[in-house]
Design a protein. Structure first.
Length: 140
């Protein structure tokens, strides 16, 4: 699970995407009667490591993570539209920093059947990211 800071940064930026519905992880989504594309988003924080040694609450932490933007399109329609949407989604983030996130690597995956949505095909745009944070422990 990523930090709330990383999650909010991605969720806010994805608010600019109006081409299809965006479904964040663990949200219910009712598939339409007529199959139509949508984007399913998963945000993972892989590590959260202390990067400096110093006085308490003055250390820098490095959070690394990955965001998967699964472009879901109805099965049997080929992959071109899914690739187009995946590429357009990456342009929302490419060379456009958000919050304290740095996103040096992105990719568009091989595509696979939609495991959670029968009758759909998933083309995944992946963003590898990192974020630096100075220790800040909220008061209890």
């Amino acid at each position: 699970m990523s930090s709330l800071t990383a999650y909010d940064a991605f969720a806010t930026r994805l608010g600019a995407w109006s081409t299809t519905p965006v479904v964040m992880e663990n949200e219910f989504y009712q598939l339409p009667d007529t199959p139509a594309p949508f984007v399913y988003v998963e945000i993972f924080g892989d590590t959260y490591d202390q990067d400096t040694m110093g006085a308490p609450e003055q250390n820098e932490w490095l959070e690394r993570g990955v965001t998967h933007l699964h472009v879901m399109t109805p099965s049997g329609q080929g992959s071109r539209l899914a690739r187009q949407y995946a590429n357009s989604l990456l342009y929302l983030f490419r060379e456009q920093p958000i919050s304290t996130l740095f996103m040096p690597e992105m990719s568009i995956g091989a595509g696979e059947p939609g495991k959670d949505w029968p009758g759909y095909f998933a083309m995944t745009a992946t963003i590898y990211w990192r974020r630096r944070d100075i220790t800040s422990i909220p008061p209890a």
